[in-house]
Design a protein around this ligand. Sequence first.
Ligand code: UD1
Length: 384
Amino acid sequence: MDRKPCDLSSIFYPMLSPLKLLLVAGARPNFMKIAPLIHAIRANNAACNGSGRSIDFRLVHTGQHYDAKMSGVFFQELGIPAPDHDLEVGSGSHAAQTANIMLAFEPVCMSEKPDWVVVVGDVNSTLACTMVAAKLGIPVAHIEAGLRSFDRAMPEELNRLVTDALADLLLTPSADGDDNLRREGVPETKIRRVGNVMIDSLVSQLAEADAVGTLQRLGLQPGRFVYVTLHRPSNVDVRENLKVIVHELACLSEQFTIAFPIHPRTRQRMGEFGLSFDGHPGIRPLEPLGYLDSLNLTRHARFLLTDSGGLQEESTYFRTPCLTLRPNTERPVTLTLGSNRLTSVATLRSDISQLLAAPARIGQAPPLWDGRTAGRIVDELLAG
Ligand code: UD1
């Protein structure tokens, strides 16, 4: 009889029930971290792994991001299935958004009774769902654990600290993450360095990205444009900072075309502060981009100017120089090994001159940023 490998596991491990996971995604940077995990779970189930144990998962979308361009497009491009639970919490103050996610997530935990709640990154959804699960006694696995900017003025830093203090399995992308956790007294037994799961999405989508013709569509020449994204409150919520940034971009646009997909927060603030790019044809203000378009811009830009966490890592993978408009980064390996440099409003011009004097591609990808992190995460969860 023609048996599939899966059938054998039911003979050798008849009592093993599937491991049940509740996967949480809420905001744009979460989706490229959850997608590879879902693909790795499906691969595990198809092969039934060495242990023969399959994984049953439910996907929760908190609705922290809800616009098609901030959420839906990523589900479509990354092959993420429709969420089993759509909490639709929407925007709000930090307290309101976090509390609304907690209220909506608690009954999901109680009805699904998972073996693990799996959270990614550092957004309010990460924090809220971790607190709910921990209080219900459900083990939490945190993907992208241990990152620290040491800047408690950043909401994400508070989210990281609380999440890591409560989580039971801390899956780190790089050695600095392990060191930070040890310093905070996290027992060694909880820490596993698995690599950077976001790079799994990048590696698996490169061919798709090549096929979508982003540069032609936007009228850009490889190496002749700068890819800009800005959304951190410290840059865009402070009138004087945003005014100087807009002025600097206008100057830079004399030399390079600027591709600038504008985050909803930034668009709102530019309106409130009466700022615009009128009269500067070298600047292309765009709607937020999908994942594949963003990969193409990162790969082919002369350099990036950003305050995003994810783009610091993706540019490092492509070796594209990146200026991060922040006083610190929770991703120091992008500075020590990668192509990232910190900049400030005051030093932006001289930092750009320095960057342009250096080779067009610099740095290297850190260890374990190899496209196979999600498989290692699945192994750790199964080892439990
Ligand atoms: C959030 C994360 C940040 C992440 C960023 C990526 C926190 C604390 N912050 O910041 O870490 O880098 O996402 O984008 O979790 N809005 C829309 N449509 C949407 C979502 C938001 O128009 O789909 C608007 C709303 O007016 C909202 C504002 O954007 O008030 C900001 O959204 P919010 O989720 O509060 O924070 P982000 O700045 O996106």
